[in-house]
Design a protein around this ligand. Structure first.
Ligand code: DGL
Length: 260
């Protein structure tokens, strides 16, 4: 297979990256994708950064065995813990990473911004520096959400637990005039309507992967890596929890999301 007709790898600690994959697959319909979810080791967001790096390497090596031409780290946690090291380790392919879209919310003039992310993402200097940089332009509430990604790993079956955990996490913010919600973990867009409903009011939601398809397209185009074959798009799922039930969950989340 010529490089340009190879698939694009999309990687996350688990099912979260499927929310990003949905956007990418729709926006780049001529490209093939292989998704790898490290569900056996999720959540990453409550592990030390060096472990997240090691786990990411193992997962990415699985995707590289499939001959991917580019990689999207559809995981804010892995991006914040390991992206520079991963770029140095794999200089032969474009690597893009999802990050909390705090800047987009500030640039849009939002004044009371709630950022939900994993404990590791929130604790990293990258996020902390960004939040400090924007503190004069907006009130930023940084909310680490331990336990939320693992409940979303259960898909629709996790809904009752997701709802009660969200009630606890969001309780301190209910009276605040929040006008923007930054979902700094790719698991959370699957429950964005539930979060928005609980917060109430007019809230703009930022997922961090808006625009990633344009950046990916640009990277592929400038490196002459856009697919030229004319066959139908294929999307393949791989998981470190390699059971038929897990792969069926991935497909279901890709097709339908979390159903209420
Ligand atoms: N989906 C991942 C993210 O965007 C992380 C969830 C986790 O494994 O903790 O940060």
């Amino acid at each position: 297979m010529e490089d340009r007709n190879a698939p694009i790898g999309v990687f996350d600690s688990g099912v979260g990256g499927i929310s990003t994959l949905r956007t990418l697959a729709k926006s780049l319909p001529k490209e093939n994708f292989i998704f790898y979810g490290d569900s056996a080791n999720a959540p990453y967001g409550e592990r030390p950064a060096d472990q997240v790096y090691q786990l990411s390497v193992t997962a990415i090596n699985q995707l590289r065995k499939q001959g991917i031409k580019a990689l999207v780290i559809a995981c804010n946690t892995a991006t914040s813990a390991a992206k520079p090291q991963l770029i140095s380790r794999y200089p032969d392919m474009p690597i893009l990473g999802i990050e909390p879209a705090l800047k987009q919310a500030v640039d849009a003039g939002k004044k009371h911004i709630l950022v939900m992310a994993t404990p590791l993402t929130i604790s990293r200097p990258k996020y902390q520096n960004q939040a400090a940089k924007f503190k004069d332009q907006a009130t930023i509430y940084s909310l680490p959400c331990p336990g939320l990604a693992d409940r979303i790993e259960l898909g629709t079956a996790g809904l009752p637990q997701i709802s009660s955990l969200l009630d606890q996490l969001l309780a301190p913010y209910l009276g605040k005039p929040i006008d923007a919600l930054v979902l700094g973990c790719t698991h959370y867009p699957f429950v964005k309507d539930i979060i928005a409903e609980k917060l109430g009011g007019q809230i703009e939601i930022y997922t961090g992967y808006d625009g990633i398809e344009r950046y990916l397209e640009y990277q592929l185009r400038t490196k002459s890596l856009l697919r030229t074959e004319n066959q139908k798009q294929t999307i393949q799922f791989m998981s470190s929890r390699d059971t038929p039930a897990e792969l069926a969950l991935y497909q279901d989340l890709f097709d339908h999301g979390i159903q209420r």
